[in-house]
Design a protein around this ligand. Structure first.
Ligand code: FAD
Length: 430
């Protein structure tokens, strides 16, 4: 092994998860119970089709998104007859309850005030259906300056300049921020979902964050950072678990990859657990809505199975107790409300940064998972209990993204155990 981690650096977290309200062990137990039904659920017709626009231009810089690598390709569903009838173009064009676009100039985007991200709209004429089960998230070879730039830009969204600025200067009137008082470099941040200017010289936030450090952050900023870092870690986990050995042409786990990208940095692994705790809580909170959500596709036996898997997942999720306390975040006056709006605007920007990912497969899974986390944030911070009585509160794509993301993150937690075993075997060989 290139880097032999010493045993106490090797990652096997235990005890309380910081900023969540459960133990690492609780999340491991939850994953044991929830993974099987989740793994079945994401293969059902309702949950495996995701509509997405993979050809949206990067709004922040010029990006040549044409990827030469074979493993970057996405197989889209060209044959409409395979897609459940009610989602085919004709059926969707007759829908009369499509939401009006509001604060976005992004053609495929329809966002309401409670949305933390731009989820592709099912009725969008430019989107295509993708069968996620035929396009697994795994090693694609995408790396180098393009990938680095996307990650750098996403982490820079963690700078909450406006809230800090108002906190320091006290320039808040009746709960409404006086935008004219905002320094020019921060003004762009305020446009909910508007381009931040990330990646453009001169428009980047005035201060940087230490990507793996946590500086002196308030809980909201730490939560934001941990969600992004947890997603990043989970993507790395899938790359390392399904790695292509270029010499043999075989796919399989790569222990060196796991050590170099993940286990050398215990907090990266811990952030996967944190993200899992947030998703678990969101699903538990939205149970009244999710239980009654219409997941039928017109095939009685498939529909019954889908409902059964949903029930099994909800039962497991409920048995964990409260894994995260959303009520303690964004509470405490006007500055926190500004922080919440910023948090939302930044997370929406992350969903648009996904259009800058220079590999179709990575962009697809990036969009699914950012939508899934955005849906969890909407459930936790954007909706109240009455909203869960209305089945139309969440779009189908949000529900699909939420459960597919939960599946991805749960699989990452399972894979930690796979790598622990591989690591132990490699030690006995040395
Ligand atoms: P990167 O993973 O690119 O990380 C960049 C820097 O971020 C690191 O140097 C480190 O300082 C910091 N960092 C890394 N991990 C964390 C963390 N968890 N928390 C905090 N900071 C961290 N490649 C594939 O093969 N398959 C995919 O499906 C895939 N999907 C992607 C999806 C997106 C949205 C993006 C942006 C990239 C994707 N990639 C994918 C590329 C992959 O994520 C890496 O960029 C690539 O493997 C190069 O890895 P790296 O080790 O150089 O560091």
């Amino acid at each position: 092994l290139e880097h032999q981690p010493d045993s106490d650096r090797y990652c096997s977290p235990s005890g309380q998860i910081e900023d969540a309200c459960c133990l690492y062990e609780t999340i491991e137990e939850a994953t044991d119970g929830v993974f099987r039904p989740l793994d079945h659920l994401v293969k059902t017709p309702f949950f495996r089709y995701f509509k997405v626009d993979l050809f949206e231009e990067c709004p922040f810089w010029y990006e040549d998104t044409f990827c030469m690598n074979r493993d970057c390709g996405v197989e889209t569903e060209e044959d409409e007859s395979k897609i459940p009838e009610k989602w085919r173009a004709q059926a969707l064009s007759s829908l009369n309850d499509v939401q009006e676009p509001n604060d976005s100039s992004h053609p495929a985007c329809f966002a309401t005030v409670s949305d933390f991200c731009y989820t592709p709209d099912e009725a969008s004429p430019t989107g295509v259906y993708v069968d996620l089960s035929r396009n697994p998230e795994r090693f694609t070879g995408y790396s180098g300056p393009s990938a680095q730039r996307v990650w750098d830009t996403i982490y820079k969204e963690n700078c909450f300049g406006v809230a800090d600025f108002f906190e320091a200067s006290g320039r808040v009137h009746s709960g409404v921020a006086d935008v004219t008082q905002v320094p020019p470099s921060m003004g762009l941040l305020m446009g909910a979902g508007g381009p931040l200017g990330a990646g453009q010289p001169g428009l980047e936030p005035d201060f940087d964050i230490d990507v793996d450090g946590e500086n002196d952050m308030c809980v909201e900023k730490r939560v934001y950072y941990k969600l992004i870092s947890g997603l990043h870690s989970s993507i790395s986990m899938h790359i390392c678990s399904e790695w292509l050995n270029q010499e043999t042409g075989e796919w399989g786990p790569n222990l060196d990859c796991f050590i170099n990208k993940l286990s050398q940095y215990p907090e990266r692994i811990q952030n996967i657990y944190f993200l899992h705790a947030v998703l678990t809580r969101a699903i538990a909170r939205a149970r009244p809505l999710l239980e009654r959500y219409d997941t039928s596709v017109g095939d009685a036996s498939a529909d019954a199975l889908t409902r059964q898997y949903m029930r099994d997942i909800m039962d497991q999720v409920n048995s964990c107790g409260d894994t995260f306390q959303e009520g303690t975040i964004f509470e405490g006056g006007r500055t926190k409300q500004i922080l919440k709006e910023e948090f939302k605007a930044h997370f929406r920007n992350v969903s648009r940064i996904m259009d800058c990912v220079g590999c179709d497969k990575c962009r697809l899974w990036g969009k699914v998972q950012v939508s899934g986390i955005g849906t969890a944030l909407k459930i936790l911070f954007g909706l109240d209990s009455d909203d869960f009585k209305q089945p139309n509160t969440l779009q189908r794509s949000e529900v699909v993204a939420l459960f597919n993301t939960f599946h991805r993150i749960s699989e990452s937690i399972n894979n930690i155990e796979v790598f622990r075993e591989l690591y132990d075997k490699s030690k006995t060989k040395v």
